[in-house]
Design a protein. Structure first.
Length: 416
């Protein structure tokens, strides 16, 4: 049975705003609720819905058509398992991942199993799409969680009460809260300058004025995190051509180092759909993504943000580069990849693969400034993967409650 803390203060007295409704942000909110916290929690997400790298791109016209275009599965590589894993399984939001795994070497030979860290340990997937993981987390959080989608928080400010105001591109107030959680690095990391043309990360000017040594160390550590970008080619293979893809001897193909150098691909995900179609997602290597820096998918949510300028010609060139590599990889089973019939799309993940050491647990919460951080960029088991994001959300929730409701100090002469 899950332990539940009894909150000793008015649960409506403190509010919390979480920027980023990926796995970490949703897990933090769900864990707080299951520990007994009942204060207002708002989540702010620039994308179309919750999910982050565990999101699912769905067709507006046919709900049976979807891409798990980021992480194709959730792997739990260390014990004990995250606390929220069992209730997600019990409620049917996630299920064991049943697909066949394989690895390709530089000679084009397949081997069963892989050395890919993503495929180590216990494997799960969202039932009906990876976005069900975050949907399930929000459901576990129950009433009082407010998700604000398609809302980019561009500026941050301190409120008169010492809390936080969230502002849009034109400095209009979107919302606010007594406490703030950043479940991603965009508002702290200098990558926002290259990606969105911002003069500097929005949190950094405040860090310099708040006089909080803990926050200064945390912000510096996050700004120093290096990331390994990826590009992903998305293809929707229509019947009857989809049958050949569905018969491939793997559902997830990893590439060893030699294979990555040869083809410029790191992972291939085959996702059969109920409609008789097959979604195919081919992830590039970091080298290919860096070679094509600045190229984003014109149909991705980031393309609509101010400061982002899609480059259709460069996008099409990258699509053809990835498609040619994919054709060469699957040639033993599939004679050709017909792009015109597969509705090709491009997705770029700029900060989805943080490099160690990441943010230490001791810097996740800064009580003096009422701000916390969680995400796969925090150090610990599952670093750089969904597992790390899930664990970090749980850990921050527990740290936050400990700061809100400190352990009573026994009176002199009384047992501890």
């Amino acid at each position: 049975m899950e332990w539940k803390r009894e909150i000793q203060i008015d649960p409506a007295a403190q509010s919390l705003a979480v920027i980023g409704a990926g796995v970490a942000g949703c897990a933090m909110a769900a864990r707080l609720r299951r520990l007994g916290w009942r204060g207002p929690i708002s989540l702010w997400e620039s994308g179309r819905g919750a999910g982050g790298r565990a999101s699912t791109r769905r067709s507006r016209h046919n709900h049976l058509l979807r891409f798990d275009h980021g992480a194709p599965l959730l792997s739990i590589s260390a014990g004990p398992a995250p606390t929220l894993l069992a209730p997600l399984l019990e409620a049917g939001w996630i299920e064991p991942w049943p697909g066949a795994l394989a690895q390709l070497d530089g000679e084009g030979q397949l081997s069963a199993g892989t050395t890919d860290p993503l495929t180590q340990g216990d494997l799960y997937r969202g039932r009906g799409g990876m976005d069900q993981l975050c949907r399930g987390l929000l459901e576990l959080g129950g009433d009082g969680l407010v998700l604000n989608s398609s809302q980019l928080v561009r500026h941050l400010a301190r409120s008169r009460s010492g809390g936080w105001d969230l502002l849009d591109q034109d400095h209009r107030r979107l919302g606010g809260a007594d406490w703030l959680v950043l479940s991603g690095t965009l508002l702290v990391h200098p990558r926002c300058q290259e990606l969105l043309g911002w003069p500097e990360p929005p949190l950094q000017p405040l860090v310099r004025t708040l006089g909080d040594p803990q926050l200064e160390r945390a912000a510096a550590a996050i700004a120093a995190i290096d990331t390994s970008p990826r590009c992903a080619l998305l293809l929707l293979i229509q019947p009857p051509a989809a049958e050949a893809w569905r018969r491939l001897p793997f559902r997830l193909l990893s590439f060893d180092e030699a294979a990555q150098r040869r083809w410029g691909l790191s992972r291939l995900s085959i996702q059969p759909l109920d409609a008789g179609c097959c979604a195919v997602v081919a992830h590039s290597t970091a080298d290919v993504a860096m070679l094509h820096a600045g190229v984003i998918g014109s149909r991705s949510s980031v393309a609509s943000l101010a400061g982002v300028t899609p480059t259709p010609q460069r996008e099409q060139a990258l699509i053809h580069t990835l498609a040619s590599a994919l054709s060469a990889v699957v040639k033993p089973w599939i004679t050709s990849v017909e792009l015109a019939e597969a509705d090709p799309q491009l997705m770029r993940w700029g900060a989805a693969f943080p490099q160690p050491p990441g943010l230490s647990s001791e810097l996740m919460l800064c009580p003096q400034s009422r701000i916390g951080f969680c995400g796969d960029f925090t150090s610990g088991p599952g670093f750089g993967r969904i597992e790390g994001a899930l664990r970090s959300g749980e850990e921050l929730a527990e740290q936050w409650l400990a700061a809100m409701v400190p352990t009573p100090v026994p009176a002199q002469g009384q047992p501890a």
